[in-house]
Design a protein around this ligand. Structure first.
Ligand code: NAP
Length: 282
């Protein structure tokens, strides 16, 4: 069996077109959805991420502001900047690109963002809303993974999903979203002995580890949906995921590529969240 590819670029295009339409409808009512992106320091990967986020906003009728600060920016100044953006009616979403420099407490930064503008969905309030089934802004990466799973048309009710990774930004919210969709969920992590014992039982595998070849063909149940969140470099320096794509695609039913899978969907769901925040502010 050769898996069907879940194309994150094509799915993004479809969802972004809808974002553009909804943004135009809002603009007609006098509101342009606005995203503020804050970058502190000069981490090259972070600089690329923020540039892509701002560009995506501009291409789909959203207003975006990129604020870049030196790595020495005092924590208090950053918090003051966030407070000003919280009060700015032209800004509906605020994102501080992580990681922040060591002298800045990321928990304080996330807590400073108004819940209604927390488009990354990382705050304790947003996480609590997800956990308790209340509406709210969902973290973009797992939200995008759910859209990719939905695009297969497979109902998760009665299915077993295995999430590898338990970070607050990907693994844990992913597990909660799958649970909400009525899957039976297992969460694996670095302390899990014999990962394959779990993944071989899974109808859905979501790999969010940050280590290539974490999931290989012999670890996957035939026909499973395999979602690869990982972003790593192979020996040739090329971007790759956590899944051995060439091997696993011969076993799985559905698979996401890297690049062209979860990455573009993450940015797309950030746009959706910003739009949702702007609609809610009307
Ligand atoms: P993270 O905070 O480092 O978490 C990694 C998780 O993987 C941890 O829970 C860790 O377990 C677990 N883990 C590590 N080694 C393992 C092993 N051998 N077996 C099973 N589990 C293992 O990373 P993250 O922020 O969640 O991101 C994960 C990956 O996704 C990274 O490659 C990141 O770059 C990528 N990512 C991509 C996007 C995108 O848009 N495409 C967005 C976000 C993240 P412990 O908790 O026990 O340490």
């Amino acid at each position: 069996m050769t898996a069907q590819i879940i194309d994150g670029v094509a799915l993004s295009k479809h969802i972004r077109a809808e974002v553009g339409r909804r943004a135009a409808a809002l603009a007609a009512r006098g509101t342009t959805p606005g995203l503020a992106v804050i970058l502190v320091g000069d981490d090259p990967a972070s600089a690329v991420y923020v540039r892509n986020k701002v560009k995506a906003c501009q291409e789909h009728g959203l207003h975006s502001v990129l604020e870049k600060y030196d790595a020495t920016l005092p924590e208090a100044d950053l918090l003051a900047r966030i407070a000003a953006l919280n009060a700015d009616p032209a800004i509906h979403g605020i994102l501080v690109q992580m990681p922040v420099p060591r002298h800045v407490d990321p928990h304080k930064v996330i807590a400073a963002i108004a819940t209604s503008k927390d488009v990354d969905g990382f705050s304790v309030h947003s996480a609590g809303a997800l956990m308790t089934g209340l509406s709210g802004l969902r973290p973009a990466t797992p939200y995008g993974c759910m859209k990719m799973i939905e695009s297969t048309g497979i109902d998760l009710k009665g299915k077993h999903a295995v999430v590898i990774g338990r970070s607050n930004t990907v693994g844990k919210p992913m597990a909660l979203l799958l649970l909400q969709a009525n899957a039976t969920v297992t969460v694996c992590h670095s302390g899990t002995p014999d990962l394959g014992q779990f993944t071989r039982q899974a109808d859905v595998v979501v790999a969010a580890v940050g280590r290539r070849n974490t999931v290989t063909a012999g670890m996957v149940k035939p026909g499973a949906i395999v979602i690869d969140v990982g972003m790593n470099r192979n020996d040739e320096g090329k971007l790759c995921g956590d899944v051995d794509f060439a091997g696993v695609r011969e076993v799985a039913g559905w698979i996401t590529p890297v690049p062209g899978g979860v990455g573009p969907m993450t940015i797309t769901m950030l746009l959706v969240n910003t739009l949702q925040a702007a609609e809610a502010a009307l």
